[in-house]
Design a protein around this ligand. Structure first.
Ligand SMILES: [Zn+2]
Length: 384
């Protein structure tokens, strides 16, 4: 069916919340209205067409009003964002003075949230010239969220947002708006896990990062001009020393870097990448399994997520099998599992994440240890 034939989401008269077509009786018994124009809706759940809400006008079904579909998707997304208890902030990538720099992503716990558009008049928002779609109140800061369906945050609004100096994220649903056929579960999944639709409109740390890059550029310039006035020998020594220091510190100009949406700029080379990770994350807990070594680490920016890495333990390593077992366990324990762009590493998130994973790996280690004592099994690798 064409995607302009009806709404995926509707406003429930009973609860005042956005619901999807799966949650209601067919016909007018759905007791819903259009969140855009307020017209009564009927749930069309026939056998032929994709299920949807249609406007009920003069006893007949009409597809939608002008702007109804955008408005319904926008409001459903706002409702989902306002229900989040934690939010993953993406890394920020900045190009300045011919250099690139990045701030790593973070995970923040959300204490409460607000929908300024749904507050009555005389709320603190009514005096402001800009009203974000969703406000997430975290421990020490606010995060504002904008949902883009048909219209991006325009320059005028961007300037007003920047004037308030509050970090603002945009969730871009414009591609999904065109495809249609969404429900609250698939919309939540897309908002949660698709980092490609999430970008910074304003980041409180951006100005400082740009300033730092400019200073670095000026220092590099000064260093380049200095040799002209000094002896050839001193020039070479200074340049060599600088290169060595830069290599040790992982300077972007020496080590080839790639952008990762969670970590920011990380080295392209896997060995260097591991070194950066072990620097960023606290000391891991180590588990010696029969065919691999497992490392469990808390995420440095959040209490509800962990990094698990399976390291090779010799020619008999079977890290892929452990990785598969971990995925299965994560699914059963209700943990959200993200491939991290680094071989054999996964970022896992959820309630009591560390405790669950600690138990899983401890059990695995104990089970394999017990099997080890059975003579029919291959001997434990001598390097441990
Ligand atoms: Zn309408």
């Amino acid at each position: 069916m064409k995607n302009d034939e009806g709404l995926d989401f509707a406003l429930s008269r009973k609860t005042g919340r956005m619901i999807d077509i799966r949650m209601v009786e067919r016909g007018l018994a759905c007791e819903c209205v259009c969140p855009n124009c307020g017209t009564e809706l009927q749930a069309r759940k026939g056998r032929k067409n994709r299920h949807h809400f249609a406007h009920h006008v003069a006893g007949r079904a009409r597809p939608t009003c002008d702007g109804g579909r955008e408005s319904a998707l926008h409001r459903a997304a706002r409702q989902i964002l306002a229900g989040w208890q934690w939010v993953e902030l993406p890394a920020l990538l900045v190009h300045e003075a011919g250099r690139q720099g990045a701030l790593p992503g973070r995970i923040l716990s959300v204490r409460r949230s607000e929908l300024p558009d749904e507050r009555r008049a005389r709320s603190p928002w009514s005096n402001l010239r800009v009203r974000p779609d969703v406000v997430l109140h975290c421990a020490n800061e606010q995060i504002w969220c904008e949902v883009k369906v048909a219209h991006a945050v325009d320059d005028a609004k961007r300037n007003r947002l920047q004037g308030h100096r509050v970090s603002t994220l945009e969730f871009d649903l414009s591609r999904m708006y065109r495809s249609g056929g969404w429900n609250l579960t698939t919309l939540e999944l897309a908002l949660r896990t698709d980092m490609s639709i999430r970008q910074w409109v304003f980041h409180v740390g951006e100005a400082q990062l740009r300033q730092r890059l400019q200073e670095e550029m000026r220092e590099a310039e000064a260093l380049r001009r200095k040799p002209l006035t000094e002896s050839q020998l001193r020039v070479r020594t200074a340049a060599d020393a600088q290169r060595e220091i830069a290599a040790e510190e992982g300077d972007v100009e020496v080590v080839e870097m790639v952008f990762h949406p969670a970590m920011g700029l990380i080295p392209k080379d896997p060995a260097r990448r591991h070194a950066v990770l072990s620097g960023a994350y606290p000391e891991p807990k180590v588990f010696h399994l029969t065919h691999a070594i497992a490392f469990l680490r808390h995420h440095p920016h959040g209490d509800r997520s962990c990094l698990v890495t399976f390291g090779s333990s010799g020619p008999r390593s079977r890290t892929g099998e452990y990785d598969a077992a971990l995925s299965e366990f994560a699914g059963a324990a209700g943990l959200h599992c993200v491939y991290f762009g680094i071989a054999e590493s996964r970022l896992l998130r959820g309630e009591d994440c560390y405790e669950h994973l600690d138990q899983f790996l401890t059990d695995l280690q104990a089970r394999e240890g017990a099997l080890q004592s059975c003579p029919a099994m291959p001997p434990r690798n001598s390097q441990w």
